[in-house]
Design a protein around this ligand. Structure first.
Ligand SMILES: Cc1cc2nc3c(=O)[nH]c(=O)nc-3n(C[C@H](O)[C@H](O)[C@H](O)COP(=O)(O)O)c2cc1C
Length: 315
């Protein structure tokens, strides 16, 4: 008959508000209770967890360490089974266009080296809408660990960027999702319908994984609309990342997060950042639209690149 055998999946995640936890739950629901698949969950826990909701200054003050992956100490990983897994689902959220600090910390552990080496990995991102640069960093990290990135699934906030620019920070800073301003700004976060629909990824894994030969590192989630690449955000993300790196280096040179001088310069940067987002992002989107006749091919190639390996097609 077939070469079906028991396959082991490890699911690694961290979540502050519970949103990424919900996403993991939905994706993994079709993989639960099967005789041909075992699921092991590993929650990442920093020794000193990050606050949620975030105090205003603490939120922004975390960006220099985040972009330079100056990671926190983690509690010992609560993992009994250290043997080889057939698939790792690595769920993460984006912080300042980088993988969040707890997830970056996990990638630096000795356990990650053994768990991920020569192992197929599916990244599962839940974020506002800017994930391209974070995934570029994730790809590099996974490559250094010898992992095989076979798929990437991204779910983003449901509302338009103009609204989530307001609602996501409000959610992070107050713990309340909204709607805000008497319903003018829709609630922050991934919609309940999208979360529920993410079960399709678990179903696709359940269909294919048990009969996949070892060493098959081809994607399993193509044709399911795993990601949507917003072409308007490509250059904005690149510019913002460069700015984070420059200001991040400066702020780190000034002092530790608690230092007063650093906090003063940080306030300056916040004003600069907000102005930049309100001007550069719409301007670069407008410029992109105007240049479309000349850049169509280049943009299509960029979109294909960022959408890989799972792609954005839905059939
Ligand atoms: C410090 C911080 C920075 C964030 N930066 C980004 C970002 O650059 N891009 C983005 O799309 N979302 C960003 N988000 C939103 C998160 O990716 C995520 O959607 C939100 O924190 C909910 O995740 P949770 O499951 O951990 O609660 C940020 C959130 C935090 C707390």
């Amino acid at each position: 008959m077939s070469n079906r055998s028991l396959k082991k999946i490890l699911v690694v995640y961290y979540s502050q508000s519970g949103q990424l936890g919900e996403l993991v739950k939905n994706v993994c629901a079709p993989l639960e209770g099967r005789t041909d698949i075992t699921l092991t969950y590993l929650a990442i826990e920093p020794e000193q967890d990050y606050p949620f909701p975030w105090p205003f200054l603490r939120f922004f003050n975390t960006f220099p360490e985040t972009v330079y992956a100056d990671t926190p100490r983690l509690k010992a990983l609560a993992l009994v089974d250290h043997s080889r897994f057939d698939l790792v689902i690595l769920a993460y959220q984006v912080w300042f266009l980088s993988p969040s600090l707890p997830v970056s910390a996990f990638l630096k552990t000795t356990e990650a080296k053994t768990l991920l080496a020569d192992t197929p990995v599916i990244t599962l991102i839940g974020c506002r809408n800017m994930w391209l640069m974070a995934q570029e960093q994730m790809k590099q990290q996974l490559q250094q660990l010898g992992a095989h990135l076979i798929d990437n699934v991204v779910l983003t906030d449901a509302a338009h960027s103009a609204f989530t620019f307001i609602s996501t920070p409000l959610w992070m800073l107050t713990g309340k999702r909204g709607p805000f301003l008497k319903g003018l700004v829709p609630a922050a976060g991934i919609s309940a319908a999208e979360l529920h629909a993410s079960r399709r990824f678990g179903e696709a894994i359940a269909r294919q994984l048990p009969s996949r030969p070892a060493g098959d590192n081809s994607p399993m989630l193509q044709g399911l609309g795993a990601v949507t690449v917003n072409e308007n955000l490509i250059s904005s993300e690149k510019i913002a990342r460069r700015s984070f790196m420059i200001w991040g280096r400066l702020l780190r040179a000034i002092g530790k997060p608690a230092s007063r001088p650093r906090q003063m310069v940080l306030l300056l940067y916040i004003a600069f950042l907000v102005t930049m987002i309100l001007t550069i992002v719409p301007l670069s989107a407008l410029l992109k639209k105007l240049l479309v006749p000349f850049t169509r091919k280049h943009i299509a190639a960029q979109k294909r690149y960022y959408a890989a390996p799972s792609g954005s097609e839905l059939h």
